[in-house]
Design a protein around this ligand. Structure first.
Ligand code: ADP
Length: 187
């Protein structure tokens, strides 16, 4: 089983690219953000816990997202491969993922990183706020908190994966098609 990670700041276009990649490569797409929003919509206990954190632009506990990832892997034994989007988001999550996959005789095969500037993150998220109505997209303070959290907690993953030879970086400021072609050529 192959495991690919889509990495990058909020608004980098991970969700957009994931949809296209799933059509082309038939991966099973797992977005922890989408899974959490589904729990919120259901009004589950997990969703209620997650909502306050997400709305403020903070991360949800590692144990919650790790549990969701484990369930997705277990529920899709026939997948041709997995495309994780928004996970791992901390070095601690990456370490847990490595152990989990090692137990299955697998590993992360490649990390595809889509990088855009902080200014572009702001612009894209403010634009998305009008389309998707996400509360965490609406308030500039929350957007700034997500950008700061990305730099502090998620960016260190670059140095985690680089020495393993798994890290591939793409500039996310081109057109959707251009970026899709670049990612496709890496997979
Ligand atoms: P974006 O890429 O725009 O930040 P996502 O949909 O990936 O949006 O995530 C939305 C929110 O869900 C995050 O800001 C965070 O609060 C929570 N979340 C998603 N994935 C994780 C994760 N792996 N660990 C902790 N929190 C997460």
């Amino acid at each position: 089983m192959k495991y690919y990670l889509l990495f990058g700041p909020p608004g980098a276009g991970k969700g957009t690219q994931a949809k296209l990649l799933v059509e082309k490569f038939n991966f099973h797409h797992v977005s922890t953000g989408d899974l959490l929003r589904k729990e919120i919509a259901k009004g589950s206990e997990l969703g209620l816990k997650a909502k306050t954190l997400i709305d403020a632009g903070n991360f949800v506990d590692d144990s919650i997202v790790v549990g969701m990832i484990e369930s997705e892997i277990a529920a899709n034994p026939d997948a041709s491969g997995f495309l994780f989007d928004g996970f791992p988001r901390t070095v601690a999550q990456a370490e847990i993922l490595d152990k989990m996959l090692e137990g299955k005789g697998s590993q992360v095969n490649k990390v595809i990183s889509i990088i855009i500037s902080d200014e572009m993150v702001f612009q894209r998220i403010q634009h998305r706020a009008n389309i998707e109505g996400r509360k965490d997209d609406a308030d500039p303070k929350t957007i700034q908190n997500r950008i700061d959290t990305y730099h502090a907690k998620t960016e260190p993953l670059i140095e985690y994966y680089k020495p393993q030879g798994k890290y591939n970086e793409i500039c996310g400021e081109g057109t959707v098609v251009e970026i899709f072609e670049k990612i496709s050529s890496l997979l």
